[in-house]
Design a protein. Structure first.
Length: 197
C-alpha cells in the first residue's frame, strides 16, 4: 500500500524590507544625523583644542625635565620662522614656536650656534586658532637648572602664569595651560575668561 506524502509545509515568507519600511528607516536616519551633527562637530573642535593644549603642556614638561637633566637653561619661544625667537609684538605664539637649549642663557636662540639645538618645533595653526600668554611669558618661557620657570616679562624665577588656547568659538570653549612657580604645567578649561584670547 502506497503511503500518501505528508503535506508540504507552507513556503517561508521571504525576509527583507518593503519599500515603505526602507523609506521610513532612511527618514529616521536623516533626522538623527541632522540633529546629532552639530553636537558631533562641537565635540571634535573641543578635542582638537584640548589636544593642542596637551601637546603644549607636554612640551613644557619636556623643557623642564631637560633643563634639570642637562643642567642648562631650556627656552620655549615664539618663532614664526622655526629657527629663531621673535620679540615682535606683531608675532603671536599661534604662528609657531621652538624649544631649544639656551647655552648662553640669554633667552633667545643664536642661529648658527650648534650648542643651541632645537628640540621641538611647532609650525603654527590657522583657522581662528589663538595661543596667547599672560604678560610674564610674552616672548618666551625659560626653565632654569632647578626646573623653575620664568619668562621675558619677569626674568627672576619663579614666575607663574598661563597660556590660553582659543578657536573661533571664543572664550567659552578656551583651554588654559597654567604654569606653577616651580615650573609644572597643567591643562584646564578656560571658562570664565573675559575674552579670547
Amino acid at each position: 500500500m502506497r503511503r500518501q506524502d505528508a503535506p508540504r509545509p507552507a513556503a517561508r515568507a521571504r525576509a527583507g524590507f518593503t519599500l515603505v519600511e526602507l523609506m521610513i528607516t532612511i527618514s529616521i536616519s536623516v533626522i538623527l544625523l541632522t540633529v546629532g551633527m552639530p553636537g558631533f562637530s562641537a565635540m571634535i573642535k573641543n578635542q582638537v583644542l584640548s589636544a593642542e593644549a596637551r601637546t603644549f603642556s607636554m612640551t613644557l614638561a619636556l623643557a623642564r625635565s631637560q633643563a634639570q637633566s642637562r643642567k642648562t637653561q631650556m627656552v620655549l619661544c615664539k618663532s614664526p620662522n622655526g629657527t629663531s625667537c621673535s620679540r615682535l609684538s606683531t608675532d603671536f605664539w599661534e604662528s609657531g614656536w621652538i624649544l631649544f637649549v639656551d647655552a648662553d642663557v640669554d633667552g633667545t636662540r643664536d642661529v648658527g650656534d650648534d650648542a643651541e639645538t632645537i628640540l621641538r618645533h611647532f609650525e603654527g595653526r590657522g583657522n581662528g586658532f589663538r595661543l596667547r600668554p599672560t604678560a610674564a611669558y610674552t616672548n618666551y618661557i625659560a626653565f632654569g637648572l632647578d626646573g623653575r620657570a620664568f619668562g621675558s616679562g619677569d626674568t627672576t624665577p619663579p614666575t607663574s602664569g598661563s597660556y590660553r588656547f582659543c578657536d573661533a568659538r571664543g572664550a567659552d570653549h578656551a583651554r588654559t595651560v597654567t604654569i606653577s612657580p616651580i615650573g609644572r604645567s597643567r591643562v584646564a578649561q578656560g571658562l570664565g575668561a573675559p575674552s579670547c584670547p
